[in-house]
Design a protein around this ligand. Structure first.
Ligand SMILES: [Zn+2]
Length: 228
């Protein structure tokens, strides 16, 4: 607990000139050469892509992992995702804002993988909506919501094949989409965590059906397998 509050203290009080906060304590930074160019996870060998991505053909070009997985990052994500912890939300969303503002030099739009309605009912809040509202309040990023998600099994209970099938039945394009960015714009699909990449791939595939060609994904963190 002490370490967590120390991380929060460092994040909020060590950034010079009110700029973007430093990464929280307990997070690992690796040079790009040690990251898989597709999923963004740490890939210590000189193999590229990593063994998990070798047979994958995702509909997004690459995934950016904002914070490599660690005990501290797992706690941060759980506090955000299951407890709507304010400071965890700020730390994670500020990482996202920092990444987009420092690396993207031309117009882009964001869409967020919608939460499972079953999990929203269980927790009493929608963590995807929390991200969206935070970005709306703090930035002028363009956010659009082309997806509908109906109730269904949680992804974490399923294997890869079952996840893909589950998502096909669960997430689909809305019949009427209020805002659609220009087709030549870069689209970032945002999700909390990358494990198999199924949710991000499914949403990216739906975006290609809308005519988008430059689709990237961003996740707060990434795991090889298992659940949060
Ligand atoms: Zn990979």
């Amino acid at each position: 607990m002490y370490d967590f509050f120390r991380s929060v203290f460092i994040v909020f009080f060590s950034s010079p000139c009110g700029g973007p906060p430093n990464k929280p304590q307990g997070t690992y930074s690796f040079p790009d050469s040690q990251l898989c160019p597709i999923c963004g996870r740490f890939a210590p060998s000189d193999q590229a892509p990593c063994c998990y991505c070798l047979d994958k053909d995702y509909h997004f070009q690459s995934n950016k992992v904002l914070l490599q997985f660690s005990v501290e990052v797992e706690k941060l994500l759980k506090d955000f995702k299951f407890r709507k912890h304010k400071q965890s939300t700020e730390i994670l969303c500020n990482e996202l804002i920092n990444y987009l503002t420092t690396t993207c030099d031309r117009p882009f739009s964001i869409c967020i993988v919608p939460s499972n309605p079953h999990s929203i009912a269980k927790k009493g809040f929608d963590h995807s909506r929390v991200i969206s509202k935070y970005l709306e309040n703090k930035t002028n990023f363009k956010i659009f919501s082309p997806f509908i998600r109906k109730k269904g099994k949680a992804q974490k209970e399923l294997n890869l094949k079952q996840r893909q099938e589950n998502l096909r039945n669960q997430i689909y394009l809305a019949e009427q989409i209020k805002i659609l960015p220009p087709k030549d714009e870069r689209i970032f699909v945002v999700d909390d965590i990358f494990t198999t990449g199924s949710s991000l791939d499914h949403c990216s595939r739906l975006l290609t059906q809308l005519g988008y060609k430059e689709i990237y994904s961003i996740t707060f963190t990434a795991k090889i397998s298992g659940t949060l």
